[in-house]
Design a binder for this molecule. Structure first.
Ligand SMILES: [Zn+2]
Length: 153
């Protein structure tokens, strides 16, 4: 399970092999609320997403340090059976369009492509990668938005 957290330089990258989201269907379902944020993704990638047994939804995450997370479930043979991204509704409500979008894409990178965190900074102090372990500041998003966004593609 990979968490995107709010604070400072805290780094959480936790992996749980077995989780108990038993109510989640094994078919891809992305809550329509996210649709405007992922519209830019090309159809070829959506085919992959359709086959990935991915559920993306808003929820209440009890640990208020956690903004969003990706969880994967495996069967006893080690085959990945489903993936889940939960975005905390309180953070969602408080985030700008671009911060919502890049946070979502960050979790897609974990869940679909097994991307790990990257703490490298640019010369201007902004993270080089969308996979920085904490939520990007709005100033850095505004400065490097397109570059971050295109890191998914
Ligand atoms: Zn992360």
């Amino acid at each position: 399970m990979s968490f995107l957290i709010r604070n400072r330089s805290m780094i959480y990258l936790l992996s749980f092999l077995f989780i108990t989201y038993t109510s989640i269907p094994a078919t891809t379902h992305i809550d329509p609320v996210f649709e405007p944020y992922i519209r830019f993704i090309p159809n070829s990638m959506f085919n992959l997403i359709d086959d990935s047994h991915l559920v993306v939804k808003l929820g209440i995450i009890k640990d208020k340090e956690v903004v969003a997370f990706c969880a994967k479930e495996y069967n006893l043979l080690g085959t990945l059976t489903r993936r889940l991204i939960v975005f905390d509704k309180d953070y969602w409500d408080g985030f700008s369009y671009t911060k919502r979008q890049l946070t979502l894409i960050h979790e897609f990178q974990h869940c679909l492509f097994d991307k790990k965190h990257d703490e490298t900074l640019r010369l201007d102090g902004c993270p080089r990668s969308l996979m920085y372990p904490t939520v990007l500041s709005q100033a850095c998003i505004d400065r490097h938005y397109e570059d971050y966004l295109l890191q998914l593609l």
